[in-house]
Design a protein around this ligand. Structure first.
Ligand SMILES: C[S@@+](CC[C@H](N)C(=O)[O-])C[C@H]1O[C@@H](n2cnc3c(N)ncnc32)[C@H](O)[C@@H]1O
Length: 476
């Protein structure tokens, strides 16, 4: 496992993360160094015979404009990581603290990734790439240029990624070994029809099929048999393109970045930072440091971090599980934003429900006040109980006291509706768990689909439990 000290990347030798291998076959040479070596080689080759070292000669006989490549390459800097390690955990690879961090008044940097290592493209025309990896006239640019500015940002990034992976010696050729392969990707673009049935959510499954169709049509349009070889070899089959789009969708970030006087909304694939998993209570955030064009991963101000804690970001605020599934291919049993549509007219009293579980704040910002909760409550109240507070039908009228018997009746009716919804699924959460526990050869996308349907059931079961607790505590 790479230690934090060895993370002065791009290429520490034999850097491998878990099962994903990193082939570091050739020592990395930065473009600037390569260019210098070329100049040195050509000077040596053309040096007059008998030139003595003691007679210094100007390298070039007269002043000449620098090779245009010199401006294009910029300079290569390293990624730096402070106090974190990349490790394989339950949600694929993730970033973990390698030491305790005391809460600080100001946010603290844990990773710095220079622009040169990223794949980025502006969100609006004219398309600006930073760094400018695509040579003028390369047909991949025409494909990117043909994309719809509003709806096809994932295709643009996918093309850029496929191009970067194909360029000999490009940073992404090596970093590509860190990315999940087609068999490790959870994004449902790569799911089979049978996997989609496993979601037990026909609406979501239909939307994914539409996304798959849209991506395959794009591939067919541009990767036709007579397309230039330069293009064909980037994605010889639609699966390769679907994989690239999956990577773009599940790993890209959108940010307003400032480069000199230019401020642009940009989509970025940021190596190393793209190993951060999502949390509904993230301890980190991303910040663009414009003065030296670095993306910083920072720990929130006031955040206490213990060695071994996972460092996380919030990918999408307020997203329900179906939205997370559509873009990232994961769901959570404790997503505080998940919603169950109740049709029953029964309602429970909002303030009482909140106070039973020590939940405070406004609906779009509920949080559990664990400091005033008992030990038992601390382990019971999670994101699913917060989701219950948000999703259960409630009433609230100032100064109108609750009538416990009515509250209990409403709670029971809502529980019955939860049971009814649970009964409509073809399998139970226990059966889903059993499949996950016993099918050793299950594909990643099928596993993701089964987890999704199980998470929905676990939420319903947690709401039933929370309503039990609510009824028990009404009298106190
Ligand atoms: C930006 S990448 C994070 C790094 C990733 N875990 C890896 O192995 O490379 C996003 C992917 O990580 C996984 N992921 C991130 N957060 C997750 C979470 N909270 N629960 C489950 N999977 C998660 C999903 O597969 C998602 O598509």
């Amino acid at each position: 496992m790479a230690s934090a000290a060895s993370l002065l990347l791009p290429f520490p030798s034999h850097f491998s993360i878990g099962t994903r291998k990193f082939h570091n076959d050739a020592a990395f040479i930065s473009p600037l160094r390569k260019r210098r070596l070329q100049i040195r080689a050509s000077v040596t080759a053309t040096a007059p015979r008998g030139l003595k070292l003691s007679e210094p000669e100007p390298l070039l006989p007269e002043i000449q404009p620098a090779d245009p490549d010199f401006y294009r390459i910029g300079y290569m800097r390293n990624m730096r990581a402070y106090g974190v390690e990349f490790m394989e955990g339950p949600d694929g690879f993730g970033v973990y603290a390698s030491r305790d961090v005391e809460p600080l008044r100001r946010a603290r940097v844990i990773m710095e990734i220079p622009l040169e290592l990223m794949l980025t493209i502006s969100q609006k025309k004219p398309w600006m790439f930073f760094p400018d990896v695509i040579p003028i006239g390369h047909p991949i640019f025409d494909i990117i240029n043909s994309t719809d500015p509003e709806t096809e940002e994932d295709f643009r990034l996918a093309c850029l990624l496929l191009y970067g992976l194909d360029v000999q010696g490009h940073f992404w050729q090596s970093y590509g070994d860190f990315l999940p392969g087609t068999d490790q990707c959870t994004n449902l673009l790569l799911a089979s029809k049978d996997d989609l049935v496993e979601l037990q959510d026909p609406d979501l499954s239909l939307r994914i099929e539409q996304h798959q169709k849209r991506a395959v049509e794009f591939w067919e349009k541009h990767w036709y048999p007579a397309a230039p070889l330069k293009i064909r070899r980037l994605a010889r089959d639609p699966e390769r393109f679907l994989w690239a789009v999956s990577i773009a969708q599940s790993r890209a970030v959108s940010m307003k970045i400032r480069l000199g006087a230019l401020v642009q909304n940009t989509n970025l694939l940021v190596p190393y930072a793209d190993m951060l998993n999502h949390s509904f209570q993230p301890n980190c955030f991303l910040h663009w440091r414009f003065k030296d064009r670095m993306l910083e991963v920072m720990i929130n101000a006031g955040q206490h971090i213990k060695e071994g804690d996972e460092m996380t970001l919030s990918y999408l605020d307020g997203a329900m599980n179906n939205v997370l599934m559509e873009r990232y291919g994961f769901s959570s049993p404790v997503n505080p934003w998940d919603v169950i549509k109740f049709s029953s007219p029964a309602k429970i009293h909002l303030d009482t429900f909140l106070s039973v579980f020590n939940i405070s704040g406004l609906e779009d910002n509920y949080h559990h006040n664990y400091k005033v909760s008992s030990e038992e409550d601390r382990s019971f109240v999670d994101g699913a109980v917060i989701a219950a507070a948000r999703t259960l039908p409630t009433w609230s009228e100032k100064d109108v006291p609750i009538i416990p018997s009515r509250e209990r009746k409403a709670a029971r009716e809502l529980q019955e509706e939860c049971h009814k919804i649970l009964g409509e699924f073809p399998t139970t959460s226990q059966q889903d768990q059993l499949v996950l526990d016993t099918d050793a050869s299950i594909s990643k996308t099928r596993e993701t689909a089964i987890k999704y349907r199980m998470h929905r059931k676990l939420l319903l079961e947690k709401i039933i439990e929370a309503l039990d607790v609510y009824q028990d505590r009404l009298f106190f």
